[in-house]
Design a protein around this ligand. Structure first.
Ligand SMILES: [Zn+2]
Length: 205
């Protein structure tokens, strides 16, 4: 019997020799996908489209074929995470640990301080729901002037006009010395629901 993984590595060598640009990942860390090797390319190119047609059938369930503009490697385990939505409500399974490095959700704890430094006190960045336990572990609590955890909504519907910049200004005026992080709780077709987490600036001292 032919070992499919051996065929797979021959395929990668073949692409390399022919100058066909492909990216390969040892696994996938994205909800809804099996953690199997993945090969990505712009399959619209002629030679590559033939490979895709054959490969998807041949490697079914053992190798995933993806588009190279939709996936990126985790900086820690090099497995693939999706970078753009494939459905309404999709949220990334990765966070930025710096301007140039992302980490998949398996390593949020190892990179917690880097991630927090990257996202804190920024109104145009937000962590996602999955990061919540790490925020809590690092001393962040939900901004709650009126209720346990105030939720905001930004979207196309009347009343959904909350503005992260306004909220940030409010915090800077009323709670000086606090760090804040925006967190996206859910993404709908037309709106986003989000909250804000706070921590005293001298938390680590
Ligand atoms: Zn990873």
């Amino acid at each position: 019997m032919v070992n499919k993984m051996e065929v797979y590595s021959r395929l990668i060598n073949y692409c390399d020799e022919k100058g066909l640009y492909v990216s390969t990942y040892p696994g996938i860390v994205e909800k809804g996908y099996d953690d199997i090797p993945m090969i990505c390319a712009n399959w619209n190119k002629k030679k590559l489209s033939k490979i895709l047609n054959w490969g998807e059938k041949y490697f079914e369930g053992e190798v995933e074929f993806g588009w190279d503009d939709e996936w990126i490697a985790c900086g820690e385990c090099y497995k693939a995470v999706r970078t753009n939505p494939d459905s309404y409500g999709w949220i990334p399974s990765y966070m930025w640990a710096s301007d140039s490095e992302i980490v998949c959700h398996n390593h949020y704890e190892d990179y917690d301080e880097d991630i927090i430094d990257f996202y804190k006190n920024e109104t145009d960045k937000a962590v996602y729901r999955e990061f919540y336990p790490i925020l809590e572990k690092n001393g962040f609590v939900c901004y709650s002037p009126d209720e346990y955890c105030q939720k905001f909504e930004t979207g196309w519907h009347p009343g959904q006009t909350d503005d992260p910049k306004k909220v940030a200004k409010d915090i800077e005026e009323n709670l000086p010395g606090y760090d804040y992080i925006f967190k996206i709780d859910s993404v709908g077709q037309f709106d986003i629901s989000w909250s804000v987490f706070l921590r005293k600036g001298d938390y680590n001292d």
